[in-house]
Design a protein around this ligand. Sequence first.
Ligand SMILES: Nc1ncnc2c1ncn2[C@@H]1O[C@H](COP(=O)(O)OP(=O)(O)OP(=O)(O)O)[C@@H](O)[C@H]1O
Length: 338
Amino acid sequence: MTQDQDVALSVKNLKTFFYTNKRCNKAVNGVSFDIKKGKTLCIVGESGCGKSVTASTIMQLLPTLSRIEEGEITYHSENGDIRIDQLERNGEKMRSIRGSEIAMIFQDPMTALNPVYTIGFQISESLKYHTDLTRTQYKTRAIELLRDMGISLPESRVDDYPHSYSGGMRQRAMIAMAMSCSPKILIADEPTTALDVTIQAQIFELMDTLKKEHGTAIMLITHDMGVVAELADEVAVMYMGNIVEAGTVDEVLRNPTHPYTRALLASIPVLGKGKHQDITAIPGSTPDPYDRPNGCQFADRCAYRIDACDVMPEETQIGRTHRVMCWRHEEVGANAAE
Ligand SMILES: Nc1ncnc2c1ncn2[C@@H]1O[C@H](COP(=O)(O)OP(=O)(O)OP(=O)(O)O)[C@@H](O)[C@H]1O
């Protein structure tokens, strides 16, 4: 990982655990990555692997049964470095960072939109909290933002309530709200899962424009390797709380060296190949998060398993930014190149 001025936020050895009935779920178990300015980092993995908990930890929006156990989250702000993990979750400082410097969009827009207020009112509220605009300027800015997000006739839609917007429009409105204060970092947690493919493509295009035109650093959470191939500059593959492989999208997609990455790639349908293509579902299921194996968490599902896998693999740097946690990464990489 680099520690240069292009990094907007760095996460080092982050551990976030859940405690229920005296049992512990190591939901995020020592992850490290950088989110770079003007780049998209995709965090990819199956359900339950810790993607959302990583995002909520960065936003300091963790549920009560969880806590940061170890690690550092450093936001490299224009006014110096801020250790987010050391801020009080509802303190003044964190509240001013959340929304204005680091914004988040969710899978379900209704998580962020309140059904009893108009879209315009909600965007204005966010502007009011984070900017010095006047009352009339709020509305003009809200209309501008909706227009930028591709909402047609924004002057007439700004006073509508969320329920009168379609799913895609709500998602655009939520992005408008998230972008209202020009955040430096946008965290998007599966933002298009509930939308049809055309709208999904439009939302992704919008995010790509934000990245290119505003230099916004984007962390995009997805379970879909197809989305990674389309949008990512960098990718981190998560499994059971660990980043098992990471690097630039070229490094990871051209030369996958973790069996789990390969399995995820084998599960993407290829456009034009029709119904009879060889899509391989990943065998087995993820272990019980409260009763994990000691060694490699993927071992039980892995065709490359050997006795050494009973010990957790160390992380190995195999390229300038390419790293992997697998004892047999050389053989896996060689097979991927075949
Ligand atoms: N509110 C919660 N209470 C208890 N455990 C939780 C809670 N939220 C998440 N977890 C646990 O933390 C682990 C990581 O979950 P997380 O939601 O981050 O996965 P994910 O990769 O984002 O999955 P998905 O794609 O389904 O959202 C899982 O074992 C999950 O059961």
